[in-house]
Design a protein around this ligand. Structure first.
Ligand SMILES: NC(=O)c1ccc[n+]([C@@H]2O[C@H](COP(=O)([O-])OP(=O)(O)OC[C@H]3O[C@@H](n4cnc5c(N)ncnc54)[C@H](O)[C@@H]3O)[C@@H](O)[C@H]2O)c1
Ligand SMILES: O=C(O)C[C@H](O)C(=O)O
Length: 346
């Protein structure tokens, strides 16, 4: 399913099958796109690097980490697809990794262990993200940034403050990657509604932690079967706790990596399609927003040549979803404020 979904997604963008594409037969009219993965030797980073190597919209793939990237880059570079792969290791090489990038994907940082919240990662990951975003503002200030590192509810505001301080902030170019919540909501919904998962769509709004993750099953399509309130509550809770489900199953060996790499690759592909002028590319993402009272919020976003073209509204919510929205606002507000404060005091 992973393979066919990725290939389907790639075909939509190019009209070609991923396996047919390599640097020799690739159409010269497809724009040059340099994509960097920061944290490329990690659990997410390695699989995401593989999936980005399969994406025919990428012409140059820049793999950066503080250790281990030469091996990952050598390995991935043997795959006979379009992009040229370069590995960069250590801070001295970060500038080279970033120069000329159109898109930077950031899965750098520590993952959760059982019993931890995403916010427990703040102390380590906030500094990592701040350092990487400082380098982005210097070496590729016009790149789109896909933030995967947790806690996303705080790391995105940190990035925005770093970019503001350096005078390079463009709110259209900064994205918190919440695609895994959508991927999970689709999977769980399809199972309960007994519909074809390939046809399912479920918007997920709010943020990316616990109750701030708000799937809108009232807007799910196809609405083939009526689901009871009890089932909808269980589906909502499972989507909100999806990350914890994986953390517990991995029992100390990290959090979601494979499904996250898949989700990250889908979102990056959508960003590249937007940059290339493909019309009507809409995905959920945690972005600067004025659809609620909070400065950042995840919702459907239309992607275009400059990143976010339009932040779409929430649409009609059920009573249960309205309650969920009210309940998430205080936690999300405090995570956003924590990120902003960190970026401005350190
Ligand atoms: N947004 C989401 O939906 C989502 C989903 C899953 C995981 N995550 C988050 O993604 C992050 C990475 O998870 P993982 O499982 O890949 O962890 P991991 O420990 O396997 O990999 C992290 C990588 O980051 C690298 N790294 C550390 N500091 C760095 C720096 N300054 N510059 C570049 N690279 C650096 C490490 O060397 C390592 O290779 C975690 O914060 C995790 O919580 C987010
Ligand atoms: O749960 C985590 O810590 C990782 C990630 O945010 C997830 O949703 O899987």
């Amino acid at each position: 399913m992973l393979r066919s979904a990725i290939q389907q997604s790639l075909r939509r963008g190019t009209g070609s099958s991923a396996s047919q594409l390599n640097s020799r037969n690739f159409s010269s009219s497809t724009p040059h796109r340099k994509v960097a993965v920061l944290g490329a030797a990690g659990g997410i980073g390695q699989s995401l690097s593989l999936l980005m190597k399969l994406n025919p919209l990428v012409s140059q793939l820049s793999l950066y980490d503080i250790a281990g990237t030469p091996g990952v880059a050598a390995d991935v570079s043997h795959i006979n697809t379009r992009s040229q792969v370069m590995g960069y290791v250590g801070e001295d090489q970060l500038g080279k990794a970033l120069e000329g990038c159109d898109l930077v994907i950031i899965p750098a940082g520590v993952p959760r262990k059982p019993g931890m919240t995403r916010d427990d990662l703040f102390n380590i990951n906030a500094g990592i993200v701040k350092g990487l975003c400082t380098a982005i503002s210097k070496y590729c200030p016009n790149a789109l940034v896909n933030m995967i590192s947790n806690p996303v509810n705080s790391t995105v505001p940190i990035a925005s403050e770093v970019f503001k301080k350096s005078g390079t902030y463009d709110e259209r170019r900064l994205f918190g990657v919440t695609t895994l919540d959508v991927v999970r909501a689709k999977t769980f919904y399809a199972g309960k509604a007994n519909v074809n998962v390939a046809e399912v769509n479920v918007p997920v709004v709010g943020g990316h932690a616990g109750i701030t993750i708000l799937p809108l099953f009232s807007q799910a399509t196809p609405q083939a079967n009526i689901l009871s309130d009890e089932v909808l509550t269980a589906l909502t809770k499972r989507t909100q706790d999806g990350g914890t489900e994986v953390v517990e199953a991995k029992a100390g060996k990290g959090s979601a990596t494979l499904s996250m790499a898949y989700a990250g690759a889908l979102f990056a592909d959508a960003c590249l399609k937007g940059l290339n002028g493909v019309p009507d590319v809409v995905e959920c993402s945690f972005v600067q927003s004025n659809i609620t009272e909070l400065p950042f919020f995840a919702s459907k976003v239309r992607l275009g040549k400059n990143g976010v073209e339009e932040v779409l509204g929430l649409g009609a919510l059920s009573v249960y979803e309205k309650q969920g929205l009210e309940a998430l606002l205080p936690e999300l507000k405090s995570s956003i404020e924590k990120g902003i404060k960190f970026a401005n005091q350190s």
